[in-house]
Design a protein around this ligand. Structure first.
Ligand code: FAD
Length: 395
C-alpha cells in the first residue's frame, strides 16, 4: 500500500467488538469524525477461532424486554436474532460484527497495523506500516487474541498454543496433552475427545470444581454442561483424564515425544506436541508505556472513563479492563463502558445533548458508571448440588 497520512478526531485501533462498540456509541453521541483501523479485518480474532469453538455466553433475543442479548455490541442488535443460534461460532460472530459496522456505517479501514503511538502537544500520532494517523483522541481496542502466552515458562514454545489450531479434528495423533484447565483448555479437550482422541488435561488447580460466582474466574455453566455430558457418555468418559494441581513449568522436546515437568519436577510424557491453553498476555502491546501499572503489573484505568491516568485523551476498551479487582473480560462486561467512554469524548468535543442521545445505552446497561457492579456478585441463594460437579464423575 502506498504511504498514507490521515487525520481524525477519534482514532479507534481494533475492529473487534470493543472498537466497533465504542465507535457505534460515539456516533450515537453525535461524534462523526471517527476512524477505526485494524491490522487485519473486522472480527479478525473470531475468524481465527478453531472451527469447533463457539461463544460460551448465550445469545438470546431479549432486547425488547430491556435485557440486551449478552453478546450484542450495541443496544439495538442481537446476535441471536441475526444468526438464529444461541452459541455463535467465531466466524458467524464475525459476520455479526461486520453487519453492525455496515448498519452504523462505521468508517473502518483494514490492513493497517499500529506499531507505535505517541503524543505531541495535544495531538496523538499513530505510526503504522503505511504512514501516520493523527488524532485528538485515541481508543485502544486491539484485544489480546494475537498475544498468546507462548513464552510463559522454559520450553513453552515447544507446545502449540490453542489459539493457533484451526480445526481440532485435523490434528494428527491419538493421545494429546492439554496444559490449562480453564475455558480454552476444557474446550480443546472436549473437541479432541469428540474427534475420537484421548486427552490428558493438566491443570494448576481444579477449575471444574470451583464455585466462584464470576465466570471470569471459574468455568461457565455452558462448559460445565458440556463436560458433564461427555463424562456421562460411555466410550467418551474414559478418553478424558482430568489431572488437577499440576502446574507445568517446563517442556522438553525429544524425537517424537515431549516431556512436561510440573512444580514437583514430575515428568508427564506426551506422544504428540502438547497443547498450551494458558491464555493471553494482559498487556496493551505498543501502548503499554502510555498507561501506569499497578503492583501486579496490570494497567490502571481511570474510574471515570477508562482513560490512561498518565496520557490524557487515550482510552481503553476491551478485555484487559480491570476495576476494583473485577475483570471485564467478557463482551457483556466491557460493553458496559461503551457509553461511558463515548459520553466522555463527546462531551469534551463539545457535542450537545450527549445525555439524551445516549439514553438507550444507559437503559441497556451499556453506560455503567457504578463500579460496584462486580464487587459483590454472589447469588443470594446458595449453589444447589442437584447438578453434580464434573469431578464427581472422575473419582
Ligand atoms: C477462546 C476464547 C473464547 C472466548 N469466549 C467468549 C465468550 O464466550 N463470550 C465473551 O463475551 N467473550 C469471550 N471471549 C473473549 C472475547 O473474545 C474477547 O474479549 C473479545 O474478542 C475482545 O474484543 P476486542 O475487540 O477487545 O478484541 P479482538 O476481538 O481481538 O479485536 C481486536 C482487533 O484489533 C486488531 N489489532 C490488534 N493489534 C492491532 C494493531 N497493533 N493495530 C491495528 N489493529 C490491531 C486485531 O486484528 C483485531 O481485529 C473469548 C476469548 C477467547 C480467546
Amino acid at each position: 500500500m502506498s504511504e498514507m497520512n490521515l487525520q481524525t478526531g477519534v482514532l479507534i485501533v481494533g475492529a473487534g467488538p470493543a472498537g466497533l462498540g465504542v465507535a457505534a456509541a460515539l456516533k450515537r453521541a453525535g461524534v462523526q469524525d471517527i476512524l477505526v483501523i485494524d491490522a487485519r479485518e473486522i472480527g479478525a480474532s473470531f475468524r481465527q477461532w478453531p472451527r469447533q469453538m463457539s461463544l460460551l455466553t448465550p445469545s438470546f433475543h431479549s432486547n425488547s424486554f430491556g435485557l440486551t442479548d449478552l453478546n450484542a455490541i450495541d443496544p439495538e442488535t442481537s446476535p441471536a436474532d441475526f444468526l438464529r443460534t444461541q452459541h455463535p461460532e467465531g466466524r458467524h460472530y464475525a459476520d455479526y460484527l461486520q453487519a453492525v459496522a455496515a448498519h452504523h456505517q462505521l468508517p473502518v479501514r483494514t490492513g493497517i497495523r499500529v506499531t507505535s503511538l505517541k503524543k505531541e502537544g495535544d495531538m496523538f500520532i499513530a505510526c503504522t506500516e503505511n504512514g501516520e494517523v493523527r488524532a485528538d483522541y485515541v481508543v485502544w481496542s486491539a484485544g489480546q487474541f494475537f498475544s498468546p502466552r507462548e513464552d510463559a515458562f522454559p520450553g513453552a514454545h515447544h507446545a502449540i498454543h490453542s489459539s493457533k489450531v484451526a480445526d481440532w479434528s485435523s490434528l494428527i495423533g491419538e493421545d494429546f496433552t492439554v496444559v490449562g484447565g480453564y475455558e480454552s483448555g476444557v474446550d480443546a479437550a472436549l473437541n479432541l475427545v469428540e474427534a475420537g482422541k484421548s486427552v490428558r488435561l493438566l491443570s494448576r488447580g481444579e477449575p471444574w470444581s470451583s464455585d466462584h460466582p464470576d465466570p471470569s474466574r471459574s468455568l461457565s455453566p455452558r462448559t460445565l454442561d458440556r463436560l458433564r455430558g461427555l463424562l456421562r457418555t460411555k466410550g467418551k468418559a474414559s478418553k478424558l483424564e482430568l489431572v488437577k494441581n499440576t502446574d507445568v513449568r517446563h517442556i522438553e522436546e525429544g524425537e517424537g515425544w515431549w516431556i512436561l515437568r510440573d512444580q514437583d519436577d514430575i515428568p508427564h510424557v506426551s506422544k504428540t506436541r502438547p497443547i498450551l491453553a494458558n491464555g493471553y498476555h494482559s498487556g496493551l502491546g505498543p501502548v503499554g508505556d502510555l498507561f501506569t501499572h499497578d503492583g501486579n503489573g496490570l494497567p490502571v484505568f481511570s474510574e471515570e472513563a477508562d482513560e490512561s491516568t498518565c496520557t490524557p485523551g487515550l482510552f481503553y476498551s476491551g478485555p484487559a479492563l480491570v476495576h476494583r479487582n473485577a475483570l471485564f473480560c467478557f463482551i457483556y462486561k466491557f460493553r458496559a463502558r461503551f457509553g461511558v467512554i463515548a459520553y466522555e469524548i463527546a462531551t469534551r468535543l463539545g457535542k450537545p445533548e450527549v445525555d439524551q442521545k445516549l439514553i438507550a445505552y444507559l437503559k441497556a446497561g451499556f453506560m455503567n458508571s457504578d463500579l460496584d457492579c462486580c464487587t459483590n456478585c454472589e447469588c443470594a441463594i446458595e449453589s444447589s448440588d442437584s447438578a453434580p460437579e464434573p469431578s464427581s464423575f472422575t473419582q
